[in-house]
Design a protein around this ligand. Structure first.
Ligand SMILES: [Zn+2]
Length: 159
């Protein structure tokens, strides 16, 4: 069963909150799995390349990063979708790059945002396994954009 959730739009208070960390006992739970699945379906239905739980009115630190070419981002590289729970970017490259961003919560606007070209991020899987990895280019941009959502920041705040 696929569940497509409504997406919060710019100006709604949920998008300005600092989201809460997923708690130890929530890892591996049915609720977390179902939330991740609904987030994924909602992102796909809207042709997003990433999504954060606060965008579907759930103020928890969960994001999906899923770069792929689609009509909204025709030149995006393809990667396997990654669900990140409690993600933390612990390293930003000093090299930055400007690039166009949009957002499912700001459907009528795009803008050039300067981001670190490469980042290292630490996160947990849905089952609570800890992962550390590095992204560069467009996927690194998506991670930074989605982590911003967990901190109540929209790309338009960075223009
Ligand atoms: Zn967004």
């Amino acid at each position: 069963m696929s569940v497509i959730l409504p997406v919060a739009q710019r100006g709604e208070p949920i998008l300005s909150l600092i989201a809460a960390s997923v708690a130890e006992h929530e890892f591996g739970s049915e609720w977390l799995t179902q939330l991740a699945s609904a987030l994924y379906e909602t992102m796909m239905a809207r042709q997003g390349v990433g999504i954060a739980a606060p965008q579907v009115y759930i103020s928890k630190r969960i994001i999906i990063v899923a770069s792929r070419a689609n009509p909204r981002y025709p030149y995006a590289p393809t990667m396997e979708a990654v669900v990140m729970v409690n993600p933390e970017i612990f390293e930003f490259s000093s090299e930055t790059v400007a690039g166009e961003e949009g957002c499912l919560s700001v459907p009528d606007e795009r803008g050039q945002v300067t981001r670190a070209e490469q980042i290292s991020v630490c996160y947990y899987t849905l089952n609570g396994e800890k992962v550390e990895t590095t992204f560069s280019g467009f996927p690194a941009r998506i991670v930074q954009h989605e982590v911003d959502h967990l901190n109540g920041v929209l790309f338009v705040d960075r223009l």
